[in-house]
Ligand binder design. Structure first.
Ligand code: SAH
Length: 504
């Protein structure tokens, strides 16, 4: 049976796709339906039909699934940021766990029974809203010409006004309203992607959850910088028209610590520009992360490290779950104080500095120079002297150091971006023969691909555990560790029974 565009079908949703879409079957024909929840019976309209499958649009939920809930955000469908907000949080966790498991089997080539043996239950969030410490709002103009802040509708680049996303902190709204009000009163233009004209492109807001410190960074078009210099009669350190007015209003907010401007004149999807200028307050905000005792159900322990974070540096977006993730990574590293450890893709040195407490020496590698600047500062501020950091690509720094300096590692920790580790990086890790490899990942598909390479290269996957850092979205973080396989035991040794008695 083949469907035509605009046909209506009634279908039971039996599965969840990787992007959270509902999957159902009609006469062996597979339908992918966005916003349909597993267990729903829905009416859907065929939008695009292929030979064996079709994409359909949800028209009506006929019988709601027991897992369907009323989403908190009325805009969740238009936004697309929370792909699974209409699914109960418990079911979301099951979906994420199944996603990790399937990828390990399908992409990693691990046997299902083996995966079930090494997988530990996913670590969920206690409060799955207001968990993000970072927000990046695009700025645009509405039909009346007023500046707006919001989100891009679906996969488009048109902005829907909304200053209060429920995943972010409550302060976001207040900050955005101050900025929009300042723009309106001072006739500051919003950037227009199609013409490349206009000044304000994005607003980045970060909050240190433990410190209460707030950071605001306005991303502006370079052309605006020149205008701003005119507006401000060439005064140094001025990047915005009537900049003082904006600073005056923002600095009154409790916790405001850093206000900066980032210049981005490129016509790309990259939000931040490479240049950042602090226009008020400090260059960085602080946040403290504690290690948790993974054996006793992630109970909080005393050990805390305070991190300084600058606008361009990566910092985990969910600090509450990050404590659990790092604690797992630390437990998986199994350090005794004697080890030399490499932390690849180290960002501002967060995992590195926790490792340093239990290791002899830690080396961190990271591509963003500002992040390495932060990492060094963080080591110093926390009195940590056994951590050294290098700027560069992990796949270049590691082979170079290995080939030229013959570096060594007892344990290697990696925490790459979504695309996973580069092959050259994995190959060098295998050559270095560490006792353990801890792999922290934000994409279980590339993780599975890389784990296959590592296990083919002589490492045994020991534990895998999901940590939900991104409630209501389809993303999931995973912590894993592998151990170097023991050399195959010889025929003679095999003959000796376990009890040591030669008579068996
Ligand atoms: N472990 C850190 C950062 C993880 S995010 C933390 O938990 O905070 C991944 C980091 O890898 C980012 O900081 C990114 O800038 C960096 N990165 C991306 N590609 C890289 C590469 N090829 N080599 C080294 N670092 C890279």
């Amino acid at each position: 049976m083949e469907f035509q565009k605009n046909d209506y079908v009634i279908v039971t949703i039996e599965d969840i796709g990787h992007d959270g879409e509902g999957i159902g079957k009609v006469d062996g024909f597979t339908l992918f339906i966005k916003d349909a929840v597993i267990g729903d019976v829905v009416e859907a309209k065929i939008m695009k039909s292929k030979k064996h499958y079709a994409y359909a649009r949800l028209e009506k939920v006929i019988t709601p699934s027991p897992f369907r809930i009323e989403p908190k955000c009325a805009l969740h469908k238009q936004c697309g940021g929370c792909q699974i907000q209409a699914m109960s949080y418990e079911k979301q966790l099951q979906f994420k766990e199944a996603k990790i498991r399937n990828n390990l089997i399908r992409i990693g080539g691990f046997a299902p029974e083996f995966v079930d043996k090494v997988m530990e239950p996913i670590v969920g969030m206690e409060e799955p809203f207001r968990y993000r410490n970072k927000a990046q709002y695009p700025i645009g103009t509405d039909k009346e010409g007023n500046p707006i802040a919001g989100f891009y509708a679906g996969r488009t680049h048109s902005i829907i006004a909304n200053t209060d996303c429920y995943l972010g902190v409550e302060e976001n709204k207040e900050i955005l309203e101050i900025i929009l009000d300042y723009m309106k009163k001072n006739k500051v233009s919003a950037y227009d992607e199609t013409t490349g004209k206009g000044l304000v492109r994005h607003v980045l807001i970060r909050k240190g959850f433990t410190s209460g410190e707030l950071m605001v960074c306005l991303v502006v078009n370079d052309k605006g910088k020149k205008n701003a210099a005119d507006f401000n009669a060439g005064r140094k350190g001025m990047y915005l028209p009537a900049q003082d007015k904006l600073v005056e209003a923002l600095q009154l907010l409790p916790g405001m610590t850093s206000i900066s401007v980032s210049i981005n004149a490129e016509n790309t999807n990259v939000i931040m520009g490479k240049e950042v200028h602090t226009i008020w307050g400090e260059d960085r905000i602080r946040d403290t992360i504690h290690v948790r005792d993974t054996v006793n159900g992630f109970a909080l322990t005393e050990k805390g490290i305070t991190f300084s974070i600058s606008p361009l540096s990566f910092y985990q977006v969910n600090p509450v779950q990050t404590e659990k993730l790092y604690s797992l990574a630390l437990a998986y590293a199994g350090l005794t104080g004697k080890e030399t450890v490499w932390d690849l893709y180290c960002g501002i040195g967060t995992i590195s500095l926790f490792l340093a407490g239990d290791a002899k020496q830690v080396y961190g590698v990271e591509i963003v120079p500002q992040a390495i600047g932060d990492a060094k500062k963080n080591a110093e501020n926390n009195g940590i002297t056994n951590a050294e950091f290098f700027v560069g690509k992990a796949e270049e720094v590691l082979p170079e150091k290995y080939e030229k300096e013959g570096i060594f590692a007892d344990v290697i920790v990696v925490d790459p971006p979504r695309k996973g580790c580069d092959e050259a990086c994995l190959a060098t890790m295998l050559k270095m023969q560490p006792k353990r490899i801890v792999y922290v990942s934000c994409d279980s598909a590339t993780l599975a691909r890389d784990l296959k390479i590592l296990s083919d290269g002589g490492y045994e996957l020991k534990k895998v555990r999901g940590v939900d850092q991104f409630g209501h979205t389809v993303h999931v973080e995973v912590a894993t560790y592998l151990e170097k396989k023991k050399k195959p035991i010889s025929y003679r040794e095999e003959e000796i029974p376990e009890c040591g008695c030669i008579y068996g």
